[in-house]
Design a binder for this molecule. Structure first.
Ligand code: ZN
Ligand code: MG
Length: 458
């Protein structure tokens, strides 16, 4: 990039921030149409458009920026969020907008409503069209359709491709997509498990040139995924893309996909992993048959109990996990722990599986006390994240501690500590970090940021 381009970019950013500070909705909207990424960029001392709008009391501007999904949890050079700024300058109605709360009664956990939050792996990229899973004729036709997309998994790892960014660096990582012709021999192998994922969502149907054909409206392309036990090196030769590979450590490589593709992988990998672990009927041990586009396994033993009534052994399982950021009773510290398997220096939220017959809130209280010795009172749900390693649903909560002494269960975690808000912010920004922040694709990262964002630094 030349210095000239850089200057032009900086100029646009300055114009944008200035318009936000003045409350000029028209100019902000126009600039965002041409450069949507401006919305979260910051200028002098880390101030974003939202912060400037809030500083100057422009409620409409703040509302517009929020409706365009701007990041309200950024912190500026003085470790203030937009919420902090609104409180500091006395713009109470804007502070309420940002925290979605009606008053200052909730000091520790402001915000009485849940702010919608999309987490990595959580995007519904495809329309699952679950009603079509029992339509075998439709599914068969879709499988052979030339526009249908197949994702290839070997040992539950999807085949990925990455582009070279130059100078030995890797750029974008994406899923390898196949057509029916290229994989039909693999689909015929008895060990192959094939599942229907859904169809592409229609994008702007009125402007699509191929939405109509002589046969009437054309359906959007369908997506399937399959797992094969064929040799990985041979499989890689099938792909026309350069630099294909199967990730050896899925928890690392799958986090490099786009949000859209991560959403597809979350669904595909979880269902395929279920098939790989539940090959036989768990009621009687007989063989099973795949049904409903891969969303059901029915026992082949006609006298099996599992064929009478509804049984959760027949459907893909999801394992609920609570993951919580525990906030100190003083509201200004949070409890983070580290497991031995974490990368050096990393601290994160505590987490654990929900047990049968347990509420989400009770699971939070039990897990926190078991792992850290800290007792928890109120618990609030924030957002959740499908985690397809193999099939967890991470239910993210904020929890308020009612005791503060830490006694760690060494079999579960190595260390747990109260971190002051300023240390958490410094760690998030990488300036004098007290600990290594969990990666942005994890719900733990989002929960901690959420807490930084709603907890005023006054
Ligand atoms: Zn059975
Ligand atoms: Mg546990």
């Amino acid at each position: 990039m030349t210095s000239l381009q850089l200057t032009a970019k900086e100029e646009v950013l300055e114009k944008f921030l200035d318009a936000a500070a003045r409350g000029d909705l028209d100019q902000v909207s126009t600039l965002l149409v041409h450069a949507p990424s401006l919305i979260n960029q910051s200028g002098y001392s880390g101030w974003t458009a939202l912060m400037l709008a809030v500083r100057n009391g422009h409620y409409d501007m703040a509302e517009r920026l929020l409706s365009l999904s701007c990041d309200q949890f950024c912190v500026n050079g003085s470790s203030q969020t937009a919420y902090d700024i609104a409180r500091f300058w006395g713009h109470r109605h804007i502070a309420n907008l940002l925290s979605r709360t009606d008053g200052a009664s909730q000091h520790v956990l402001p915000g009485s409503e849940v702010v919608p939050q999309e987490n990595y792996f959580g995007r519904e990229t495809l329309d699952r069209l679950s009603g079509k899973r029992t339509d075998e004729v439709w599914l068969e036709a879709k499988q052979r359709h030339p526009e249908t997309v197949y994702l290839l998994f070997a040992n539950l790892s999807p085949m990925l491709a990455r582009s070279e960014a130059g100078e030995g660096e890797w750029g974008e990582t994406r899923l390898c997509r196949f057509r029916h012709d290229a994989v039909q021999d693999l689909l015929l192998k008895p060990a192959t498990i094939l599942i229907f994922l859904g169809v592409e969502r229609k994008k702007n149907p009125s402007s699509s040139s191929r939405s109509q054909t002589e046969d009437g409206p054309q359906e959007p392309p369908a997506w399937f995924a399959f797992n094969t036990d064929e040799d990985a090196a041979e499989l890689l030769k099938r792909c026309k893309e350069k630099n294909c590979f199967f990730p050896k450590t899925p928890t690392r490589d799958l986090l490099k996909l786009s949000e859209d593709e991560a959403g597809v992988v979350a669904q595909a990998r979880s269902v395929l992993a279920w098939h790989s672990r539940y090959s036989f009927c768990s009621t009687c041990g007989s063989s099973t048959r795949l049904e409903e586009g891969g969303y059901k396994r029915s026992c082949l033993n006609s006298s099996c109990r599992s064929l009478q009534g509804v049984h959760n052994t027949c459907y893909p399982r999801v394992d609920p996990v609570v993951i919580m950021l525990v906030v100190h009773p003083d509201g200004n510290q949070c409890l983070l722990g580290r497991k031995k398997i974490f990368p050096a220096g990393m601290f994160s939220c505590l987490a654990g599986f929900i047990e049968p017959g347990e509420t989400m809130e009770e699971a939070v209280r039990r897990e926190v006390e078991e792992e850290s010795g800290v007792k928890v009172g109120p618990v609030r749900y924030v957002s959740c994240q499908p985690w397809p390693m193999p099939s967890s649903l991470m239910i993210g909560c904020l929890a308020i501690a009612i005791s503060t002494d830490i006694k760690v269960d060494k079999s579960e975690i190595e260390e747990a500590r109260w971190f002051p808000r300023q240390q958490v912010i410094d760690s998030f920004r990488g300036t004098h970090p007290a600990f290594v922040f969990p990666p942005r694709q994890t719900i733990a990262h989002q929960l901690i940021r959420h807490w930084i964002g709603i907890n005023a630094n006054l």
